[in-house]
Write a protein that binds this ligand. Structure first.
Ligand code: TTP
Ligand code: MG
Length: 351
């Protein structure tokens, strides 16, 4: 059997995307610590410029906290239209090199360049040069033979750099990599792994398939491959929607759970409406309620069902609120999870 052809995957991620655009638009902001978003009394930062990151300011940090770290921080309001426009420009540049583009957000995408015979590192350099020339924004890239490693590697030489991990270098690259870098390993999973003495992918490689399955279930088997740098996921040009949800941040924290019921009902209704309008061919798998508390901790409660009712949503909400020890609530979210589409409806995939 011939060996499968090695793929050429790159992951491109723009540097400080929103902040870089704001600094480009207003030269007075260049070289200064700026935060995009987070200016209101309760807002959180979308992102911070590198100058602000030097003080510890980060995405998702409350504005007041960022200001405490960096008193000269300049807050700039969010301008999505501008970011969308830059994103479209960048995607058009990707399209000159490949049709196989999987956008992950406005500022990052996977590209499959397997059909090129040249070195993917030089193509990546060319893509980044064109982005800079046409948008005056810098991009970083990771280059490897699969999505997992390309994505991890795009952080390695940030900003305005790229890092390639060739097939023969994958074992060494994985060995000391913290397991938290693996796709799908969240905080909870990480705690579980740490308590089992597993910090790096090398540590995880010591467990065989049976041990991984016994300790971590079906996900354990996926991790068995991932920690070895094996990832067969294709670059998906169109994505299947997996869930529909709504969330609201309250202008004032809510202390009594019953005061959340009206919003819950309204949001659930709107979720059901979008399901009926756009995804009525998709079976509902579960209902999910998410709560973020005044202290910024959060919890999600999920129940399998194909009939999302307000009664069920209320029960989940109450459960989450108890779990959060009845702290006041800052944000409420409700959503449904969708089963994978039937094969014949694949053509209607959500772009
Ligand atoms: P990121 O690529 O995570 O961050 P970044 O581009 O600002 O910085 P880096 O150089 O580290 O890649 O996210 C892209 C944009 O998405 C970011 O500019 C703002 C937005 N964003 C949010 O609005 N909230 C968030 O919590 C994060 C992480 C990003
Ligand atoms: Mg980025």
């Amino acid at each position: 059997m011939p060996a499968p052809k090695e793929r050429k995957i790159i992951h491109v991620d723009m540097d400080c995307f929103y902040a870089a655009i704001e600094q480009r638009e207003n030269p007075e902001l260049a070289g200064k610590p700026i935060a995009v978003g987070g200016g209101g009394r309760r807002g959180v930062l979308c992102t911070a410029s590198y100058e602000a990151r030097a003080f510890g300011c980060r995405s998702a940090m409350p504005g007041f906290k960022a200001l405490a770290l960096c008193p000269q921080l300049i807050f700039v309001p969010v301008r999505f239209d501008l970011y969308k426009q830059a994103s479209a420009q960048i995607r058009a540049i990707f399209g000159r090199f490949t049709e196989l583009i999987e956008p992950l957000s406005l500022d990052e995408a996977y590209l499959d360049l397997s059909h090129w015979s040249s070195d993917p590192a030089s193509i990546s350099r060319e893509i980044r040069a064109q982005i800079y020339e046409e948008t005056q924004l810098t991009a970083s890239a990771g280059i490897s033979t699969n999505k997992l490693i390309a994505k991890i590697a795009s952080d390695w030489q940030k900003p305005n750099g790229q890092h390639q991990v060739k097939a023969e270098d994958i074992p060494a690259f994985m060995k000391n990599l913290p397991v938290a870098k693996l796709w799908g390993v969240g905080k909870k999973m990480q705690e579980k792994l740490t308590s089992a003495g597993i910090e790096t992918c090398g540590d995880m490689q010591k467990l065989d398939k049976i041990q991984m399955a016994q300790s971590y279930g079906k996900w354990g088997l996926e991790l068995y491959d991932l920690c070895r740098g094996i990832d067969t996921r294709e670059v998906q040009t169109s994505r299947v929607r997996k869930s529909i949800s709504k969330e609201t941040t309250f202008s004032q924290d809510v202390n009594r759970v019953q005061d959340l019921f009206p919003d819950l009902a309204e949001m659930l209704e709107s979720v059901r409406e979008s399901h009926q309008k756009r995804y009525s061919d998709r079976i509902i798998k579960a209902t999910v309620v998410k709560l973020k508390f005044a202290d910024f901790t959060q919890t999600t409660i999920e129940r399998a069902t194909d009939q999302p009712s307000i009664e069920l949503a209320k029960a989940l909400l109450i459960e989450g609120w108890r779990r959060g020890r009845q702290k006041s609530v800052r944000l409420l979210g409700v959503g449904i999870k969708l089963a994978d589409p039937e094969p014949e409806s694949q053509t209607q995939m959500d772009l």
